[in-house]
Design a protein. Structure first.
Length: 53
């Protein structure tokens, strides 16, 4: 069974983004590098990981 993580990112405009992933390092890297132009966090850098579980 895969382990999933819930995470919260704080964006540069003081908004928050929540997500779930089975690979927290890969997903954070995707947010930071801006792989997906459609992602909410694409224009909200810098990002800060404030919580994950």
């Amino acid at each position: 069974m895969k382990q999933y993580y819930f995470y919260i990112l704080k964006c540069s405009d003081d908004s928050y983004y929540t997500g779930m992933t089975n690979n927290i390092e890969r997903r954070l890297n995707e947010h930071i590098t801006g792989l997906n132009k459609e992602c909410y966090t694409f224009n909200k850098h810098p990002l800060e990981l404030v919580f994950f579980y």
